[in-house]
Design a binder for this molecule. Sequence first.
Ligand code: ADP
Ligand code: MG
Length: 700
Amino acid sequence: MEVTAEDLGKRSFCEAVMRARLPKAVFKELKKTIDYGAPLDAAIADSVAIAMREWAKELGATHYTHWFHPLTNLTAEKHDSFMDPVGDGTFITEFTGKELIKAEPDGSSFPSGGIRETCAARGYTVWDCTSPAFVKEIPDGCKVLCIPTIFISYTGESLDHKTPLLRSMDAVNKQALRILKLFGKTPAKVTASVGPEQEYFLIDKDKFNQRLDLKLTGRTLFGAPAPKGQELDDQYFGVIKDKVSHFMRELNKDLWEYGIPAKTQHNEVAPSQHEIAPIYGTTNVATDQNQLLMETLKKVAERNGFACLLHEKPFAGVNGSGKHNNWSISTSDGENLIDPGKEPEKNLQFQVFLAAILESVDNHAALLRLSASSAGNDHRLGANEAPPAIISAYLGDQLADVVDQIIANGEATSSLKGKVYKSGCSVIPEFKMDATDRNRTSPFAFTGNKFEFRMVGSTQCIAQPMMTLNTIVADTLCNFADVLEKADDFEAAAKKLVADKLREHQRIIFNGNGYSEEWVKEAERRGLPNIKCMVDAVDYLATPENIEMFEKHGVMSKRELVARGVVMYDNYAKQINIEAKTMIEMSTKQIIPAVMKYEGTLAASVKDLKELGISADTQMEILSTIDTKLAELKKATAELEDIVAKAAEKEDDPKAWAKYYHDVVFAFFDTVRKPADELEKIVDAKAWPFPTYEELLFEQ
Ligand code: ADP
Ligand code: MG
């Protein structure tokens, strides 16, 4: 399989393709919308549609679809062929501007959180020209033109992740421009960007297929730890196995063809865990690309004899997977507003943006935590794995020092510089080190010219965290601009504002080890929220203050916010319900019968030994231990069944329902898992009904 220059972006209706294929005037119009957010002139749609259709047909596409992000964390598509009957039994291929711009799928079965009743089915998908259309190609399958769209209800509310994200990008653009204007700068646009690093596991497909839990829930619900885990750190950045390397090559080819700039790949900490990171893009395009990347990961894995696990915690006892969202805002003139430059102590504009971001993170820590919450991510956040559920921001030595000076003196006069490194080896060149180390334990870490929001879950659609970050920062910039626009002496006012805000929000800065017990105590002392689970986090979505903020910036209405809370509760309850039912099924139909069968073999051997006059004490002891644990497992499974059955009583109240699933159902899982895992450790490996951790993690 060769990757040639022509492959790059070949399936993306990207700017270069548009420039080559669209009439000049149309291309110019479209560019104005894409680059500067100018309202799209619907009159150009016909022309774009024809070019898009011809381009897609040349790639073999027979169908097109509006492609959107319902509130499932997945994408949705409903294919329509380009064929239109002429009336004489023949067809022509048609695709008009009207079809490009808008479709009206039924789509009534998507989660709406009560915005739509099941009987009210009408919804609209509307073209987002700022994210390139692409042709999805399934080997030997349909080739489909996918047109990124928003998805809204007949009543006008968003039913997807993209709509609020686009609105939040408008908000941050508007407010950042106000601030920049005060600094005498008037770029056409400010854009929020993100580079999402994506972690995943690759395991053998046949073994995956033998695990009901992996197939139905994405994670293992049973499994004793393997004798080896990740303690030797021998997987992290380790040599990539040939089979995995082959997979990565095919993956990259597919991604590059889609125009997804896949850049970095490596082995991650846990056995069989890997990571891929693309070059960053606008929060909108990067979100679309991340969704397509997750889908492509799964498909290419299949083709290579793997199953790709995107779940946040597929295996107990080894690291789970996250998605580090590297976020920044930059102007259409190419200035990154989060770049401190060489002299951060003198860079007042940077200090204003930094203070605004820190204030946003401190004031809206709960919202940020919520934006990264899911049933799967609960295993990472607030559990014994990183990053902790407490939001704090890491600045590094250089900025922390600048901030300290400002807090103490109202301004900073110096900043730490990177040292020149001398290795002591004559053959190794000297180089200038960074002024600041990195921090791997902070949920919101400054990394040179961007912030890395490291809490996000690996399965998640990144639109929600990015929409949240964009909005809270827009809100603070708005408050800043309100003050500064009125100031007589702008520079003095800006300096004072920065100092005041840094003093007020210094509690959110933490440069130490975010995984330590001491930090949990220290954070509590500082009054930082530590929201342990998703169900508790949902409370913060539609508080009166948050409703006011989201409405003020036109990002989400009260009705939309409340609905999203309901979707989250509902989704949580349903996921835990599936996990509970899968546990019951595996215990009842797989583990218990297998152990009983093994007991029978043991019992027969005891009988045989006794007939020969041998005491069989050891066998009896093993048999008795197994029987005790089997009884424990049987009892726990029956109890879990009762507990799950009672959940129905709460179904009418989404919050109580989700809370019951968290506090009662989920909390009981360990009671079922424990005897099963103990049995796994003493039962003959050949008798165990499904692949073990050893086989899943070390036989890739
Ligand atoms: P790490 O060393 O943190 O694992 P990676 O190289 O894996 O870093 O990923 C870093 C990510 O940050 C990439 O997706 C990269 O494109 C993105 N990135 C780099 N600069 C910026 C920026 N200014 N704004 C947003 N994202 C950025
Ligand atoms: Mg990385």
